[in-house]
Design a protein around this ligand. Structure first.
Ligand SMILES: Nc1ncnc2c1ncn2[C@@H]1O[C@H](COP(=O)(O)OP(=O)(O)OP(=O)(O)O)[C@@H](O)[C@H]1O
Ligand SMILES: [Mg+2]
Length: 453
């Protein structure tokens, strides 16, 4: 295990070396500073688990130093060391958040116990907050959702946001691909630079090329002035190439060249322009199918697909529906001057059961429509669109597949495992036996489908 790190700030070199030696002997990784002026510039990168601070320092007072440490890392424990006759100040320090205080000459046995307890407590606090951010996130940027698939998504966004790696986002229409792209941009070091979304399906080839790379004055009829393209506008920031499979095939080759060289020519230009752009591509189509049918260049796909991210459809994360619905209800009520603040239990049940082929966008639109067309404080079942009322055989509901609907095996499997575990009252061994699969397999699948929580 990694040793805990104790940082000591003490202006008397001899005292400092004694403290460091004693703590080093107790198994800590130690580091000493003779003044706050030396300490603070290094503080953010030290990774300290505890600070021992002499309160009578030249320069910045110990008390101010304590406050400054607490401002930056509130939970980091600080133990105050004082000379004789400065107990009042030590009391003040305790009020300002010090963990404990010791008067000189230091009783190292007692100090050892205090350091150990403080460090253990701090490590625990840190672990809890890490677990919280890992498992209890209910949003990131504008993305809302607390389900296991969303937690995985947040983790990937967090990891990938720090790098410049190209990201390829897939997922059905309305699942939130653009929000994911925006979160990758917003979580990383480029967040204060431009985020430029470009819909690759919106324009014919020639116009798209100039949209992407810009053009020089006179490059073609109608080019009356120089135009700066999205690649240049996004310099330092992020360019989202949305609906990438719809980009014209020839232009895809030019895009690939740009990705490889990080430079391009404006249409009609002769000078290469170099930019530093992070590329994110997105599509609601299946890229491999598109390659087969000739819509997407294979070489471009492999260049873009450095980090693939798949945004799952809403029906695979139904536990997010109440959270999303409440959030949309609040924003739509405010926007439309309505007083809605809740759903009836039946209304929520219907929303959760619906298949939402248009995913979050459809949910958002549905709630907006209901809010606009009704009044009151509570959304009831009756206010929901007629097609959502529970009719047997409707394709809108899961568990009641329409005659022609095909349900993916993975969803059936997940449902079956959930049911089996329910019937066996949580006894996984029995559930595995009755499903006719091994125990290792049921554990693996429970983990895969996020059924363990
Ligand atoms: N997890 C979410 N939390 C909150 N709002 C969401 C979420 N996912 C999607 N939305 C909302 O749903 C709408 C559609 O999202 P977005 O445009 O990102 O989808 P998309 O996957 O890019 O769809 P398309 O493939 O059709 O372009 C937007 O209004 C967005 O704000
Ligand atoms: Mg989109």
């Amino acid at each position: 295990m990694k040793k805990a790190k104790v940082v000591v700030i003490e202006d008397t070199a001899l005292t400092l070396s004694i403290i460091l030696k004693k703590l080093g002997g107790m198994g800590y990784d130690t580091l000493g500073f003779l003044s706050c002026e030396d300490f603070f510039p290094k503080f953010p990168s030290l990774g300290a688990d505890i600070v021992l601070l002499d309160i009578e320092l030249p320069g910045m007072s110990g008390l101010n130093a304590l406050k400054k440490i607490k401002e930056k890392q509130q939970a980091l424990p600080v133990i105050i060391i004082t000379g004789h006759g400065t107990v009042e100040r030590a009391v003040e320090a305790m009020k300002a958040g010090a963990y404990d205080f010791f008067t000189k000459p230091i009783d190292f046995t007692k100090l050892g116990v205090a350091v150990k307890n403080a460090v253990n407590q701090y490590i625990l606090i840190r672990e809890i907050s890490e677990i919280k951010t890992k498992y209890e996130r209910s949003r990131m940027g504008n993305i809302i959702g607390a389900s296991p698939p969303m937690q995985t998504l947040y983790q990937i966004i967090k990891n990938v946001s720090m790098s410049k790696a190209t990201v390829f986002i897939t997922g059905e229409s309305g699942t939130g691909k653009e929000l994911v792209a925006l979160a990758i941009h917003g979580e990383g070091p480029r967040k204060n630079k431009p985020f430029i979304p470009l819909n690759c399906a919106a324009l014919p080839k020639d116009l798209m090329e100039s949209e992407l790379f810009g053009h020089e004055k006179g490059a073609f009829t109608g080019a009356t002035a120089r135009k700066i393209g999205c690649c240049e506008l996004a310099d330092g920031g992020t360019l989202l190439l949305d609906e990438i499979c719809d980009m014209e095939y020839g232009l895809q080759a030019k895009l690939l060249r740009f990705l490889q060289q990080q430079k391009f020519l404006r249409v009609g230009g002769e000078k290469f322009i170099e930019v530093n752009v992070r590329i994110i591509a997105a599509t609601n189509k299946d890229p491999l199918e598109e390659i087969k049918s000739g819509g997407l260049r294979e070489d471009l796909y492999y260049r873009l697909n450095v980090v693939p991210i798949h945004v799952p459809p809403l029906r695979e994360r139904r536990e997010d529906i109440p959270l999303l619905a409440m959030s949309f209800l609040k924003s739509m009520s405010e926007k439309n001057n309505k007083k809605f603040s809740r759903f009836s239990p039946d209304a929520i049940k219907i929303l959760v059961a619906c298949r939402w082929p248009g995913n979050v966008r459809e949910l958002e639109n549905t709630i907006e429509r209901v809010v606009v067309l009704n009044d009151g404080a509570e959304i009831t079942e009756k206010m929901l669109p007629g097609k959502m009322a529970r009719q047997e055989g409707t394709a809108e509901f899961s568990g009641v597949p329409a005659k022609k609907e095909i349900i993916p095996l993975s969803i059936m499997e997940k449902d079956m495992i959930r049911k089996a575990v329910d019937i066996c009252n949580g006894d996984l061994k029995e559930a595995a036996g009755r499903l006719g699969i091994g125990q290792a397999t049921i554990y693996r699948k429970i983990k895969k489908y996020g059924l363990g929580k």
